[in-house]
Ligand binder design. Structure first.
Ligand code: SF4
Length: 108
């Protein structure tokens, strides 16, 4: 990680992808815009800064699944949980998601 971060244009997101896919090293969770948005929507972090989101996610997930988690959230963000119009009615996470738009939540 430290060596990759010395390369021009390489930050933690790219370094995590390279380490996991090229070397099988799970050093951290790749946080792109989808991972950040969905982790927030799923109530797994309150942060928006990618590094703080990554730090929140790491203890929640088995280390071997850190890269798979990111890939799955990216696909989910592209196909179901759109930034502007999430398709909550067909979302497999709808029972777990605190931001399910189809649920009428009681007012407190
Ligand atoms: S229930 Fe809705 S807001 Fe929650 S993850 Fe699914 S699509 Fe996104």
């Amino acid at each position: 990680m430290a060596e990759l971060l010395t390369l021009p244009g390489v930050a933690r997101k790219t370094a995590n992808v390279v380490l996991a896919n090229a070397f099988g090293i799970h050093h951290g969770v790749t946080v792109d815009t989808h991972v950040k948005r969905l982790s927030h929507r799923l109530g797994l972090t309150e942060h928006t800064d990618p590094l703080r989101v990554e730090r929140d996610l790491m203890p929640l997930l088995p280390q071997m699944d850190w890269e798979n988690w990111s890939i799955r959230l990216i696909y989910h963000g592209r196909s179901v949980c759109d930034a502007r119009q999430p398709a909550c009615q067909r979302c497999v996470l709808s029972d777990l998601c605190p931001n399910n738009q189809d649920v009428q939540r009681p007012r407190s």
